[in-house]
Design a protein around this ligand. Sequence first.
Ligand SMILES: NC(=O)c1ccc[n+]([C@@H]2O[C@H](COP(=O)([O-])OP(=O)(O)OC[C@H]3O[C@@H](n4cnc5c(N)ncnc54)[C@H](OP(=O)(O)O)[C@@H]3O)[C@@H](O)[C@H]2O)c1
Length: 249
Amino acid sequence: MRVAVVGATGRIGRLTVVALERRGHETVGISRTQGVDVHTGEGLVMALTGVDAVVDACSCSATDRDEAVAFFTGSTRNLLEAERQTGVQHHVLVSIAGVTRVTGNAHYAGKRAQEELVERGPVPWSIVPATHFHDFAEMVTTWTERDGSATIAPLLVQPVAPADVADVLAEVAIGEPQGRCPDLAGPEPQDLVDLARRTRAARGTSIRLVPTWSGVFGLDMAGDVLLAGPNARIAPTTFDEWLAGETPS
Ligand SMILES: NC(=O)c1ccc[n+]([C@@H]2O[C@H](COP(=O)([O-])OP(=O)(O)OC[C@H]3O[C@@H](n4cnc5c(N)ncnc54)[C@H](OP(=O)(O)O)[C@@H]3O)[C@@H](O)[C@H]2O)c1
């Protein structure tokens, strides 16, 4: 099959390209650095010509709710319209487990609006809701790091290896459209502050971590809301295996 990966230079997109090519499929990488912009639509129809399935692993870093919603809805409308024009048969979206349970976060609002467009769109679809990736804790510390300290919310998460997510996206993309798939999660619930501390120590970049609910993540993300839902698909790679470099990241 010929499968386009949107966000092919990103964390999950590039691993999805690898997973698809390992299975013998042809891939088309879509990102601004590869000359295609899903937000403006530039180059999209040409890139999707002859493509059977699309995996959307695009992202944006907006922390403003309107900006995040505008990015995810604008890019998804462009993508679905280009897929309709070119006869793409399957649209696969990587989303976030618990996206309907968290109301205050800008990124989640954008992903919710994106899911609704995909569900109502003209192209047969699958949505894969994944929990946070194993590198999420480290990424969060870089947002606020200053003078050897960073703030971080004490979230309860069930992180999954990026390579395991990419494997599932490749498997779903080459199969029949499934609608909403079960949550995809890692094997163990974890505390985000602890994950951040262990990751930074393993990298030799330890900092002082200050737990707080006053940053990007609010109290609507406390409790069990970010953990895998019922009947979740549990991916095999533990956080410790990932940290030890036993899978690609
Ligand atoms: N991180 C997590 O823990 C997590 C958990 C569950 C689900 N997810 C979801 O997984 C998806 C991928 O996340 P990620 O962390 O892998 O993203 P990422 O590393 O930030 O990569 C984003 C990708 O999107 C591309 N992109 C951004 N704007 C674009 C545009 N206008 N046109 C074309 N390409 C564009 C980027 O390439 P260019 O900059 O070259 O354009 C890059 O390839 C997101 O939708 C996120 O919500 C993430």
